[in-house]
Design a protein around this ligand. Structure first.
Ligand SMILES: *[C@@H]1O[C@H](CO)[C@@H](O)[C@H](O)[C@H]1NC(C)=O
Ligand SMILES: *[C@@H]1O[C@H](CO)[C@@H](O)[C@H](O)[C@H]1NC(C)=O
Length: 267
């Protein structure tokens, strides 16, 4: 069976329940000790997500996405995992410039967005209609937001994302699965974050004109480029890069080129 067909096969079964397939486990690259050394303060009493983002949930969720951290050579695999952990760290950061152990030791501190500006309902989207009274604010490691992300994430993972978005901040397993779903899924015209980090992104002419070449900066562009990319020295972009540099060093791998997205056009 071709590897991609196999991945789809696993994803299908994972929407019903999740196999514990040791052959695909990334626990050989991310031990409990390594996880704890990356997330030094996620269980700090100052963090609203205290005791939520467990190592076990992360590993269990990753088993539904067998290509995550399992594509390419060892350096590529480690770099992809470091990039993923860096992006979710920025999304949930509790760090500040003079924080204990530095600003990049405070990933996975928040479960949900604290002061949402809106319910993140795009009512023009008829495919994934908002359920009355529900908020599609940022939740979980990737801070999944908007009805058009909750709907398809729930469909892929086996929950009703439109009717029951709160489940993303109530179940750490589902929370991690939504982050990995976002990371692994292409949403045209954007490529998946995964394909960018493992060298399977092939820019179109339009992408090249927009400077959208592979690297961590392009992943930032996929996640929040509309607000953060194509503008000089954005603090949020710098925070993402800071996390990535710290984690890449812990994984003992180089970061690769194009860390920034300041010269990239957003999608
Ligand atoms: C999530 O947890 C809150 C409080 O802990 C509870 O009120 C709510 O019903 C839960 N929602 C889901 C979908 O489990
Ligand atoms: C692409 O990057 C160069 C600098 O490397 C910049 O001068 C140019 O404006 C960028 N193009 C776009 C479309 O942002």
């Amino acid at each position: 069976m071709h590897i991609h067909n196999m991945a789809l096969f696993f994803l299908f079964w994972c929407s019903l329940f999740c196999f514990a397939v040791d052959a695909f486990s990334i626990s050989s690259l991310v031990s409990k000790e390594l996880y704890d050394s990356i997330f030094l303060h996620n269980d700090d009493t100052a963090c609203p997500a205290k005791n939520f983002y467990t190592y076990e949930s992360f590993i269990q969720a990753s088993r539904c996405f067998p290509l995550f951290g399992n594509t390419g050579n060892l350096a590529t695999r480690k770099r992809e995992i470091a990039a993923f952990l860096a992006q979710i760290s920025h999304e949930t950061t509790g760090g500040w410039p003079t924080a204990p152990d530095g600003p990049y030791a405070w990933g996975l501190c928040f479960k949900e967005e604290v002061s949402p500006q809106s319910d993140y309902c795009d009512s023009t989207n008829k495919q994934w209609p908002c359920y009355p009274g529900k908020s599609y604010k940022g939740r979980g490691p990737i801070q999944l937001s908007w009805n058009y992300n909750y709907g398809p994430a729930g469909k892929a993972l086996g929950f009703d994302g439109l009717k029951n978005p709160e489940i993303v901040s109530n179940s750490s397993l589902i929370a991690f699965k939504t982050a990995l779903w976002f990371w692994m899924t292409e949403q045209k015209p954007k490529p998946s974050c995964h394909s960018v980090m493992v060298g399977r992104y092939y820019p179109t002419k339009k992408d090249l004109v927009a400077n959208r070449t592979a690297g961590f900066g392009l992943v930032t562009n996929i996640i929040n480029g509309g607000l953060e990319c194509g503008i000089p020295t954005d603090g949020r972009v710098a925070d993402r890069i800071g996390y990535f540099q710290r984690y890449a060093s812990i994984f003992n791998v180089d970061t690769g080129p194009n860390l920034d997205c300041q010269y990239q056009k957003p999608y």
